[in-house]
Ligand binder design. Structure first.
Ligand code: F0G
Length: 360
């Protein structure tokens, strides 16, 4: 016989799941939306497409987090700690996802949330999230890098807590994605591909993989493969980009805050950080949606494009596993999704008109 108790909803946020690896105590209030525990989806079409018969590729689909991006892992930590430290307000600069996540977690616990975003360069889905979760949204006539400088200055001069990824609790939370991958695969993959913007996430994954290995949960470490967009590739070029450009607005960043962390991840893991063009990003974006049934945003597709590019150069060894982090949901950016030539047709509500349309 089953009892109601058996069906009790188990809380599965990343803090509860991985608390022994996180800087929390019994005093830490846990502000969670049950983030994390995202699926590791086996790629079916991609290995065929790029001629990797004996390589398994997985998508770590972070678009399935509560606000549709990986930022929720870091934000549950940053907001919980802000509350523990009696903060009353938080602030971030954002290309969109950080602000959506900060706004959601802040709204859940009554913290004020201020977000600074670059005018015209943020996907609509992200903008409406921050707005509807009740944050005070301010657009600047400038880019992300300028917004972050302003947020650093304001949070230094006030009691407002900064929740960009230079807040170390963000990295702590985000490292749990690497834990989940090892838990699912039974070991670390040989390669981990990830888009790079402000470089917090590649820093977090590398930290996570290393800590889990030290704890005896894995025997190996992956090569970290980071990908920037060609027009916003400061780490690849070795110098900041004053006017970064790319259709992948989430990673339109010219001077990443965690630059050093990204270099450490690259060098210590024996990996690389490379650039992919907007055309390659767009092809990868369409490929995973149209042939794999996985709808991720353009920035996420940069990592897929990177794996496609490296496969052409025969980079990957036989019999290995590649995990690609798909950082955000495709639903975030409806304007980009609808910007292609294959427009949706509107026809008369008749059998003939509909038949003609679908047979085209
Ligand atoms: N992918 C998506 C969907 C992102 O939103 C971001 C960063 C990245 C990749 C890159 O991650 O910065 O840790 O290297 N978005 C930040 C934001 C900058 O404001 O939402 P990163």
């Amino acid at each position: 016989m089953t009892t109601a108790r058996k069906f009790a909803v188990k809380k599965i946020g990343i803090i509860e799941r991985y608390q022994e690896y996180l800087p929390v105590t019994e005093q830490t209030p846990i502000i969670s939306l049950n983030e994390g525990n995202t699926p590791l989806i086996l790629a079916e079409g991609l290995p065929r497409e790029i001629g990797l018969k004996n390589v398994r590729i997985y998508y770590k689909f972070e678009g399935l987090n509560p606000t549709g991006s990986f930022k929720d892992r870091g934000m549950t930590m940053a907001i919980s700690k802000a509350l523990e430290e009696k903060s009353k307000a938080v602030m971030c600069a954002s290309t969109g996802n950080t602000s959506a996540s900060a706004a959601a977690y802040a709204s859940r616990c009554g913290l004020k949330c201020f977000v600074l975003i670059p005018e015209g360069k943020i996907a609509k889905g992200k903008l409406i999230q921050a707005y509807r979760y009740g944050a005070k949204v301010v657009m600047i006539k400038g880019n992300f890098d300028q917004a972050l400088e302003l947020v650093k200055e304001i949070t230094k001069k006030t009691k407002i807590t900064l929740v960009n990824s230079i807040n170390p609790y963000r990295i702590e939370g985000q490292k749990t994605a690497a834990f989940e991958i090892v838990d699912d695969l039974g070991d670390a993959p040989e390669y981990h591909a990830i888009p790079v913007g402000n470089a917090g996430n590649i820093t977090a994954y590398w930290k996570g993989y290393q800590e889990y290995k030290k704890a005896g949960k894995s025997e190996t470490l992956p090569q970290m493969l980071g990908f920037q967009a060609e027009g916003s590739a400061p780490i690849v070029n070795g110098k900041p980009v004053a006017k970064p450009e790319t259709i992948a607005t989430a990673i339109r960043i010219g001077n990443p805050a965690s630059w050093k962390g990204a270099l450490a991840a690259r060098d210590e893991s024996g990996g690389l950080i490379d650039a992919v063009s907007d055309k390659e990003i767009t092809q990868a974006y369409r490929f995973i949606a149209e042939q794999e049934g996985v709808f991720a945003e353009p920035a996420s597709a940069a990592a897929v494009a990177g794996v496609m590019k490296l496969a052409k150069k025969k980079y990957f060894k036989e019999g290995t596993r590649i995990v690609i982090t798909l950082t955000g949901s495709g639903l975030k950016d409806p304007d980009f999704a609808l910007s292609f030539d294959d427009k949706i047709e509107t026809v008369e509500p008749t059998f003939d008109a509909v038949s003609e349309s679908i047979m085209k």
